[in-house]
Ligand binder design. Structure first.
Ligand code: ADP
Length: 306
């Protein structure tokens, strides 16, 4: 037996509400007003007031229905986009892993240890990207419910920042990126090391993703006014002032210059802001389109927080 689905979008609901609810509501209101105008006794006034109250209640219910339907439609669209974008993001490293594994399996490189080593290194790097992406999706789940447990300990941030740099080095081909680091922050900062590493790793991954062929990335950590300051700079595509205002919003992805559909999922910076805020700190961006970006995180020292 064939099933027919009533597939209404928001416009359809609005048209239905206009015809099915607004017209009767307007008529009822007109009738109520006429009843009030021509009322000669208390009974007539009560009738008029009742008819108008009924019309107002019906209009209110219809408005709530439209708002709820719109919200549900937006949520469904956002979830569908999210699944599509995450799948797309996962597919790139998966395809590379499959290709390089097949090459190794074919025995083509059997007599060439150098190429075999390069192949294995690429597979490992792509696995690191996948690992970081899975972490991000799980963190989004926990952060969107405000359920992320943090193990706070007062210590300098240097170790967490260096750990992020180490993980990032495992994700990229050293010949492809000019990465420099100057890590000199000694103030004790109450922080969760894994969370801080995730934030810096996300900034580094973005610096890599949104930079052209000549990739120059630097990480600087120092102390300033009882705060630990961590900066990640790149010489990448940069952002317009309007884009910098929105990059920390969940699911936001800036338009590409070539008009293609934007890459990424748009969650990394939203998670970063959530985590930095939970540490009592701030994260900001300073960027110029075509000239690169600097993301700066400031965390109050343990003494400043108490
Ligand atoms: P994702 O990179 O998965 O899309 P993010 O939340 O990390 O998610 O970033 C949101 C958007 O901000 C990106 O889609 C990109 O358009 C922009 N962006 C982030 N970092 C940079 C950067 N270093 N340079 C230029 N644009 C960036």
């Amino acid at each position: 037996m064939r099933r027919y689905h009533l597939n209404l979008n928001l416009t359809g609901v609005i048209v239905l509400v206009a015809i099915g609810v607004l017209l009767p509501v307007m008529l009822s209101t007109a009738v109520g007003i006429v009843a009030l105008v021509i009322a000669r006794d208390a009974g007539g006034i009560v009738t008029g007031v009742l008819v108008i109250s009924f019309a107002v209640a019906a209009a209110g219910s219809a408005l709530i229905a439209v708002v709820l339907t719109g919200r549900k439609a937006r949520l469904a669209r956002r979830q569908a986009d999210f699944v599509a974008n995450v799948s797309h993001e996962f597919r790139t490293p998966l395809s590379a892993i499959r290709l390089y594994t097949q090459t190794l399996q074919s025995g083509e490189l059997a007599g060439d240890p150098e190429k075999t080593a390069r192949c294995l290194a690429t597979i490992l790097r792509e696995t690191e990207w996948l690992d970081a992406m899975v972490d991000r999706v799980l963190m989004w789940r926990a952060s969107s419910r405000d359920m992320m447990p943090l193990e706070m300990q007062a210590r300098p941030v240097s170790q967490a920042v260096n750990h992020a740099i180490e993980r990032f080095r495992n994700m990229v081909d050293p010949a492809e990126v000019d990465l420099s680091a100057s890590i000199d922050s000694r103030l004790p900062v109450r922080h969760d090391a894994a969370a801080l590493t995730a934030v810096v790793l996300n900034l580094l991954s973005n610096a890599y993703k949104y930079t052209g062929k000549d990739k120059r990335i630097s990480v600087i950590a120092h102390d300033e006014d009882r705060q630990a300051v961590v900066e990640v700079r790149d010489n990448g595509i940069g952002l317009t002032p309007a884009e910098t205002k929105r990059v920390f919003q969940p699911f936001y992805r800036a338009e590409r210059r070539d008009g293609g559909s934007p890459s990424g999922v748009g969650l990394g910076l939203a998670i970063a802001r959530y985590l930095v805020n939970r540490h009592g700190g701030t994260i900001t961006v300073d960027s110029r389109k075509g000239h690169g970006s600097t993301f700066t995180m400031r965390l109050p020292s343990g003494d400043a927080q108490s």
